[in-house]
Design a protein around this ligand. Sequence first.
Ligand code: IMP
Length: 431
Amino acid sequence: MPCSVVLGSQWGDEGKGKIVDMYAPSADIVMRYQGGHNAGHTVLADGHSYILHLVPSGIIHKGVANLIGNGVVVDPKALLKEIEGLENRGISFKDRFFISDRAHLIFPYHVLIDRLKEDRAGSAKIGTTGLGIGPAYTDKANRSGLRVGDLLDRAALETVVRANVVQYNILAENLYNSETIDAQGIIDEYYEYGKRLRPFIADTVYLANAALKGGKKLLLEGAQGAMLDLDFGTYPFVTSSNGSSGGAAVGSGVSPMHFSKIIGVAKAYCTRVGSGAFPTELKGELGDALRAAGKEFGATTGRARRCGYIDLAALKYAVTVNGITHIALTKLDVLSGIDEIKVCTAYRIDGEESARFPAAVSTLEKAEPVYKSFKGWTQPLTGIARFDDLPKQARDYLAFIKEFLDVEYCVISLGSDRNQSIVLSEAFNDN
Ligand code: IMP
């Protein structure tokens, strides 16, 4: 049964939107499996730019169905706004877009606590998107959350929202000295959202599995990246869900037994938004040049991204944890014009060299990258359609990464448009 996973293999913002959009025509269904509207997936298609937050990146293609899986946290207000914006641009959602009734909801009290907690944390803050993602997943794990299906049940909505508001208001007032929240307003507002979302709410577990059984092709789309994964990332500087391939099974209801290709999207360099260790970060001129050339500003928050050399020690760890079979390498074009390009192959920690990615952020903060240098190239790469037409220096750089990671490439991306890519293999094994 053909099911492939596309996930981020660094700290997010690798260009997953472009890769999913490119592969979507060969799929029948694209399904998001975790995260929320903290994600910002940019798709540039036929000269039109779309920034998707919750809606899967297959939506631009008419014949493809799009599902939001149970592992996603949904802010219904943000979702309705996104749907409306896309409908206004001529994209139809009718009968081809469904949201899992099991997906958890984000409420205004989650947003409030996310922001209050960050403000209080001072220099120890995570640098969250402030959209309530962490607190919503906390309620899910705490078994005090509400799910998309509950939007249709006013009594359930009323009981749980009232109970949660009491607790969150105690926190807001007493711990954070902040204004409180009104439960009735939330209940009325969310019940209205439920009425509007009703046509889209479905049991996506059955939809996805029945489609697979019927021979349809399913692409599972991750958000954020391996290094932001709650379990495997740079904890606590992570998001609150599992963007890893394990999360793809849990967040979709599709058994990992069905996964064939696991595509890790990686930038040809590295970026990170928010706080946390980043061993290969370039703080000087080169970092600024990468940010400018790569337009490294967040699609959701507009924040400037921290930039650095590619970190193969981290990427190798991501390949291992996720079982990545193929790498879609993005933004290789951004490296044109850099004289010497470095890749980090290991860390030196307390005088000892290690290729392992450490669990503790305090250890990673001490890690000095061990670099291998490559000669750069000057020519622009955009427009190149064949691997063999890339400059020799770029091919050497790519060959080293591939060998180090022991993976295949499926795409080398040389620009933000769909067509600015060298496609080496398709999304599904049987193509
Ligand atoms: P949260 O997901 O808003 O809780 O933020 C937790 C961390 O994940 C912060 O460092 C964010 O900057 C980061 N983060 C969340 N979503 C994304 C994303 O889509 N791309 C890159 N970083 C993200």
